[in-house]
Design a protein around this ligand. Structure first.
Ligand code: PEP
Ligand code: MG
Length: 552
């Protein structure tokens, strides 16, 4: 048995024979052409045909992986229509009197090298997309049919890399999983694999993966391990792991693509909480409608020093782009209390939970705050970002935040940097003060998100970190539920929407209560999205509403 290690992009176990993915190589020859117009026309015809194919692929992908993930084929169409790309090809044909295949191949190399050399991880990953669209045009110019998997039974595909279009075209009935030598977890290939529920491991550094053609293998997509010629012990362990996983998934998979709708037709958004870009895969895999809380302080906590504007921008942008138009609520830096960061040099406090934390730090350290806001606004041009502020206790804080936001926006405008003008602004409701003035706060913002973890500790005066107090910590306390109801009513009276992003959102004993209150969105850990959807779909709000509300 040989064990190989790579990076897992989707959990799940695949057991079967390896099949090496042999790509049809478009061998490009350069030759002289006299009739430049005819050659350009040949390129244009191939391009039009490629655009039609990409449109068909988009339609196929929508059915397979949903619209958000299918967007890559929309982007491919845009890339193929890109003026710089097309002009590079037609200029090369006309100035060098060369054939269209050569011009496409050369442009593909130039553009993909340019992307590959960029610092931004997202742009880097676009190198493979340029290659993908160019290969498509080349295939049409040279009349090379697309690669299809030829095998009798389902197999584990091994490839050097897979392009997004190759991934989506994999016949799921014939593919147990795939292993690639290259690729990044940020690539659309990885994202598609996750969404298509295909166990996949990338970045397997074995110089000669080809030699395993036809060999029996196991992919453990949970750990990123591949077992070639597995022994009996591993085989039986993996078979059991596969059985458990399939049983668990079968139950929940049926809910993917379904609405979060109650029996009597009330809908609610179910979003997911994340701490970093690497969590986005789990968000998509679990079919969350958006990200309701991105705890941006994790970027700071994982860093040795203040993360720069560029570093933050690149993460926010990747999250926004990968969520493809779905809402991404990013909370500004929420440190202090239990989240300590050395380089902030914060003074020792007797009572840190009631101390210098979150928005209080940001409103003092405006340079740090503005760096983050600039990164957020810049990233807003790439998706549906909303910004949320933590630990708010007064209207004057929001007014001051808005002044700072205006300064940031004016700066960006004067530097001609695009951002989303209609970006939503919201606040966390996690202090009793915020609840009690929620009528005033709601007039200032687009949305509230209830941070039940802190709201519980501040309402009950129970330190959420103190184990000794667990016996007194009652998250179903009437005082807390009434607070949420007050905030919800005030939000709705003022045309703001309200979500819950604390842990209580996943407490299914309270789902009826939240629906009865008319909560618009609940954001939970990715793995809770489908169980919560299941719960919502079994509730008839009209039957329980009156009774539930009468208990509050
Ligand atoms: C909360 O307080 O409920 C919350 C979501 O924020 P955090 O847990 O990060 O404090
Ligand atoms: Mg909190």
């Amino acid at each position: 048995m040989i064990t190989l290690q790579g990076k897992s992009v989707f959990g799940g176990i695949a057991i079967g024979k390896i099949s090496i993915y042999k790509r049809q190589q478009n061998i490009i020859k350069r030759y002289h052409v006299d009739n430049i117009d005819a050659e350009i026309e040949r390129f244009e015809a191939a391009k039009q045909k490629a655009l039609e194919e990409l449109k068909d692929l988009f339609d196929k992908a929508v059915l397979e992986v949903g619209e958000a993930n299918a967007m890559i084929f929309d982007i491919h169409q845009m890339m193929l229509n890109d003026l710089d790309y097309c002009e590079s090809i037609t200029n090369m044909i006309s100035t060098e009197n060369v054939n269209a295949e050569y011009a496409v191949g050369k442009t593909s190399d130039n553009f993909s090298q340019m992307f590959a050399s960029m610092d931004d991880a997202y742009m880097k990953a676009r190198a493979v997309d340029v290659k993908d669209i160019s290969e498509r045009v080349l295939g049409l110019l040279t009349n090379n049919a697309e690669q299809k998997i030829v095998s009798d039974g389902p197999v584990i595909i091994v490839a050097d890399d897979l392009a997004p279009s190759e991934t989506v075209q994999l016949d799921k009935s014939k593919v147990l999983g795939f292993v690639t030598e290259h690729g990044s977890s940020n690539s659309h290939t990885a994202i598609l694999a996750r969404t298509m529920n295909i166990p996949a491991v990338i970045g397997v550094k074995d110089v000669a993966l080809q030699k395993y053609d036809g060999v029996e293998a196991i992919i453990d997509g949970f750990t990123g391990t591949i077992y070639m010629n597995p022994d009996k012990v591993i085989l039986s362990i993996m078979k059991q792991k596969q059985k458990d996983d399939l049983a668990k998934r079968a139950l929940l998979d049926e809910l993917k693509g379904q609405k979060n709708i109650t029996l009597d037709g009330q809908t609610i958004d179910i979003y997911a909480n994340i701490g970093n870009f690497s969590d986005v895969g789990a968000v998509l895999k679990n079919d969350a409608g958006g990200i309701g809380l991105f705890r941006s302080e994790f970027l700071y906590l994982e860093s040795e020093d203040y993360p720069t504007e560029e570093e933050q921008f690149s993460v926010y942008k990747m999250v926004a782009q990968n969520m493809a138009g779905k809402k991404v609520v990013i909370r500004t830096l929420d440190i202090g209390a239990d989240k300590k960061i050395d380089y902030f040099n914060l003074p020792h406090e007797e009572n840190p939970a009631l101390g210098y934390r979150a928005i209080r730090i940001c409103l003092e350290e405006t340079d740090v705050f503005k760096t983050q806001l600039r990164a957020l606004y810049r990233a807003s041009a790439f998706g549906n970002i909303a910004i949320m502020f933590p630990m708010i206790i007064s209207v004057s804080e929001i007014k001051r935040i808005k002044e700072i936001l205006e300064e940031v926006k004016t700066e960006l405008r004067s530097n001609m940097i695009p951002f989303r003008e209609d970006l939503e602004i919201g606040i966390m409701i996690e202090t009793p003060a915020a609840v009690m003035i929620s009528d005033l706060l709601a007039k200032e913002v687009d949305f509230f998100s209830v941070g039940t973890n802190d709201l519980t500790q501040y309402t009950l005066a129970i330190d959420r970190q103190n184990q000794k107090l667990e016996r007194f910590y009652d998250p179903h306390h009437l005082g807390l539920l009434r607070m949420i109801k007050i905030a919800a009513d005030n939000a709705h009276k003022n045309k703001a929407w309200i979500g819950i992003c604390g842990e209580l959102g996943a407490d299914m004993e309270l789902t009826e209560t939240f629906l009865a209150m008319g909560i618009d969105e609940i954001s939970v850990s990715p793995s809770f999205v489908l169980p919560l959807r299941k719960k919502v779909r079994a509730i008839d709000v009209s039957k329980i509403k009156e009774e539930v509300l009468s208990t509050l």
